[in-house]
Design a protein around this ligand. Sequence first.
Ligand SMILES: *Cc1c(COP(=O)(O)O)cnc(C)c1O
Length: 228
Amino acid sequence: MSTIADNLSALFQRIGSAAQAAGRDPASIQLLAVSKTKPAAAVREAYAAGVRDVGENYLQEALAKQLELADLPLTWHFIGPIQSNKTRAIAEHFDWVHSVDRLKIAQRLSEQRPANLPPLNLCLQVNVSGEASKSGCTPEALPALAAAVAALPGLKLRGLMAIPEPTEVRAAQDAAFARVRELQASLGLDLDTLSMGMSHDLESAIAQGATWVRIGTALFGARDYGQP
Ligand SMILES: *Cc1c(COP(=O)(O)O)cnc(C)c1O
C-alpha cells in the first residue's frame, strides 16, 4: 500500500508534468487536499508530507477535524454545498470558500465574517455541465452574481470553481475547463483563481489554467462512503 507521502510525491510529479506540457510554472498551481470522510490522522500525515491546504465538504465533520488538528498551521477551505444555517460557522472557521452559487449565501458570509479576520477568500461555483449537475450557478447568471459578490466587504472574490460532469475523454474535459476559464475572463474583474481539476482530470484542468487542483482519492485513497 502506498503511503500518503508517496501519493503526494506522485501528485507533484503529475502536476509538474502537466504544468510543463502547458508551458506553465508549476508554482502557479496549488494542491488542495480534500479530506472528506478521512480521519484527522490522515490529514496529520499529509501535513507531515508537506500539505498545508485542506478542503472539506461537510461542516460538522470539518469542525471536528479542525479541533483535533488545532496545533497545525493549516489553511481550511470549504468546498461543499452551503445551506443558510451553516454560513456563520463557515465564515468563522474557514479561510476560503469555493462553493458559493447564490447571492444570499454570499451576503450572509460577508455579514458574518468576524471583523478581526481578513476577508473570506471566495470562489463562485459555476455549472458548465447543464442538467448533469445541480450545484453551481448558470453561466448566464454568473456576471450579475460576480459583480454583486465583488462588492461585499467581508469577502474577497478570487475566481471560479467548477466540477464538470465526470468523463475520461480528454477533449470533453478540456472543453469544460476551457469554458470556465473563458467565463472568468469575460467577467472583466481582477480575479486570480481557477479552482478546477480533481484526481481524474487534473492534467486537463492545469492545461486550461487551474490554480487550485482539489485532490481527494489520489492523495488519501478511495473513500468508503460519501460522494464521488
Ligand atoms: C470530493 C471532492 C473532490 C476530490 O475528488 P477526488 O476525485 O477524490 O480527487 C474535489 N472537489 C470537490 C468539490 C469534492 O467534493
